[in-house]
Design a protein around this ligand. Structure first.
Ligand SMILES: [Zn+2]
Length: 614
């Protein structure tokens, strides 16, 4: 079964079980300052775990686009990919109660039964190759051993020898911050070896590969470190699509997958190098080291350009830059280009690889096809820009490479020749030299606008901290959009939004710079609406009705039938109406004073406003 089939099977199965299939959210989180990209399937659903009502109901399933660059150095081995899809099914709230849209929620029993049915009936995995772990409990925190999950697995025919209890490190999830929802999980393992599986499950044995988990959010960790039972219990499951498809196929790497292999074949064609070593190639019995090097470069190119294609194709119009997501994108593209050089590709090639990626995903992710011109143009532009400085930069590096590279020199390589730090580190490592990364970062922050790229690692796949201040800024963006439309006209649409604890940043369509008078007017209107103490309310309705009522659509919301609409103002004095997932403050009076601190161009036809609440 290839990965396209696995995705479809998963979604079909959970649809049959009363789940609404929701489209993948954007790779770039909306209004979440803690992270640059979505790193797990549950991340876009965080507000709904905390009690927001989801327009599609209580049972949801999807394949979510995810991106992790924290272990980018591992790319090139058998298993790491920076872009991957995560399959998940969710229940928002238990006990089952009708929600007027779909079915009610569920908890441990149904979640485990559905997981088991999917594994044994849909994927036809032999029970003999499956094993499970459950949470062993923490008496000191009053959290009992999860015998409930253990008994459910057993009732389905699993031998007790194949179920192990493990501690917090393995079978506990969250909270992401200091406080919030958390709970035990049960994990599923597959025996990935030609040898028969041993009767007794040993989680330490590397042939047992973990590939799916069901998290049961049933506790809330309080500020004084206590665990209390949650009102709304949620189920959150996650299965890495690529890794699971590879393991189930008996592949020994993700590069044999239907969604990756054709990219390597294209690279073989462009470089004239071979990916597969056959006995006797080069007159040798064993794969030589130089071949291993080439294979690693080919894998890095395939991985990085696959990911770059998805970032560029994500509707948000992210371009390579030296900031935030744009910087991650730039690093991926440039590293791929250098590895292209290393395996002998001399012509421009990145958009040719992207063409293959777009083709591979034309059914599952049509946004790639819709945005393909943008993807190819941006890659061409970035490649041209980098090729202008690459040769000179490599020469400069050779000059510096007599000894370890100082932070200052690494910064010169970055600022004058466009070498991302990671590339300088990689070049240095090839010569067994070190780079003063701390010194580099000091120079970097000195010269650049405060960069959030380092914060990407902070999020370990959990609930983000939707602090009060973020929520206030979110409500302020709704007021800002409505005010902009009042002052500038109906051509103004939201083009992007980013919120940190310090400010909001809002991109919108408008052809020219705003005059000081216009800015003053916008600011005044927002502050008036704050003073008027308008109520902020959410409603779930059909998409058609929302359109008829003139709700502003935020591009991220692609739900086809039911949508959630936030209104600011009362029935007679409605100020703003937007499709939005929330969360929001309850009343605009909570916002304080709104102040625009900057107005500038974002890209052609798009302006950017930065504002604060004080
Ligand atoms: Zn919103």
């Amino acid at each position: 079964m290839d990965s396209n089939q696995l995705r479809q099977k998963f979604l079909d199965f959970f649809a049959k079980k009363g789940h609404k299939i929701i489209p993948s959210a954007s790779l770039i989180p909306e209004n979440d300052p803690t992270v640059l990209f979505n790193t797990a399937g549950m991340q876009p659903l965080v507000p709904y775990f905390l009690g927001e009502k989801h327009p599609a109901g209580k049972r949801l399933a999807d394949a979510q686009k995810c991106l992790r660059t924290v272990d980018i150095d591992e790319v090139g081995d058998n298993w790491h990919l920076t872009f991957f899809e995560m399959l998940g099914n969710w229940s928002l709230g238990d006990p089952a109660s009708p929600d007027g849209i779909g079915q009610g929620g569920y908890f441990k029993k149904e979640a485990i039964e559905m997981s088991f049915e999917f594994l044994t009936k849909e994927l036809n995995l032999p029970l003999d190759r499956l094993a499970f772990t459950c949470f062993e409990g923490e008496p000191e925190n009053n959290i009992p051993k999860d015998t409930e999950s253990f008994e459910i697995w057993q009732s389905l025919g699993v031998s007790p020898k194949r179920i192990k209890f493990l501690g917090r490190d393995d079978n506990w999830w969250g909270p992401a911050g200091q406080t919030g929802p958390c709970g035990p999980d049960t994990e599923m393992f597959y025996w990935a070896s030609d040898q028969p599986a041993p009767e007794e499950f040993d989680p330490e044995n590397k042939n047992w590969v973990e590939f799916w988990n069901d998290v049961f959010m049933e506790y809330n960790k309080t500020a004084d470190g206590k665990y209390e039972k949650l009102q709304q219990k949620n189920v959150d499951t996650g299965m890495g699509l690529e890794r699971t498809a590879a393991v189930l196929n008996g592949f020994n790497s993700v590069y044999q997958l239907d969604t990756v292999k054709p990219i390597l074949e294209k690279i073989e064609g462009l470089s004239g190098k071979k990916y597969i070593f056959e006995k006797g190639d080069l007159g040798l019995e064993e794969k030589p080291e130089c071949w291993e090097q080439d294979v690693k470069s080919m894998r890095i190119i395939a991985d990085h350009l696959r990911t770059a294609t998805f970032i560029l194709g994500d509707q948000k119009g992210i371009e390579p830059s030296n900031l935030d997501q744009g910087y991650v994108l730039r690093k991926l593209i440039r590293r791929a280009i250098r590895h292209g050089r290393m395996i002998g590709i001399t012509e421009k090639f990145t958009s040719k690889i992207a063409e293959v990626v777009v083709g591979l995903y034309k059914e599952a992710y049509s946004e790639l096809t819709e945005n393909k011109d943008f993807i190819f143009n941006q890659l061409d532009k970035e490649e041209e820009k980098f090729l202008n400085t690459l040769e000179k930069g490599l020469k400069e590096f050779e000059k510096l490479a007599g000894s370890n590279i100082s932070g200052h020199d690494a910064f010169i390589l970055f600022s004058s020749y466009g070498f991302p730090l990671e590339m300088t580190q990689e070049l240095a490592a090839e010569k067994r030299l070190k780079v003063d990364t701390k010194g580099f970062e000091e120079e970097f922050t000195k010269h650049q606008e405060l960069s959030r790229t380092a914060s990407e690692g902070k999020f370990k796949g959990g609930l983000a901290d939707h602090s009060e201040i973020s929520t206030k800024y979110h409500t302020a963006t709704h007021l800002l959009l409505a005010a902009l439309r009042q002052v500038l006209g109906d051509h103004v649409y939201q083009k992007g939004s980013n919120i940190t604890a310090e400010r909001l940043r809002f991109d919108f369509s408008h052809p020219e710079k705003l005059t000081p008078e216009q800015l003053e007017q916008v600011q005044t209107i927002v502050n008036e609406k704050i003073k008027e103490a308008l109520p902020v309310k959410a409603e779930v309705m059909g998409l058609d009705q929302a359109k008829k009522m003139g709700a502003m659509g935020v591009f991220d919301h692609k739900y086809t039938d039911q949508v959630k609409v936030y209104t600011i103002g009362d029935f007679n004095h409605l100020f703003s109406r937007e499709l939005c997932g929330g969360p929001h403050v309850e009343n605009t009076s909570q916002l304080g004073h709104f102040k625009i601190i900057k107005e500038e161009a974002s890209s052609s036809g798009v302006r950017r406003i930065k504002a604060i609440l004080e």
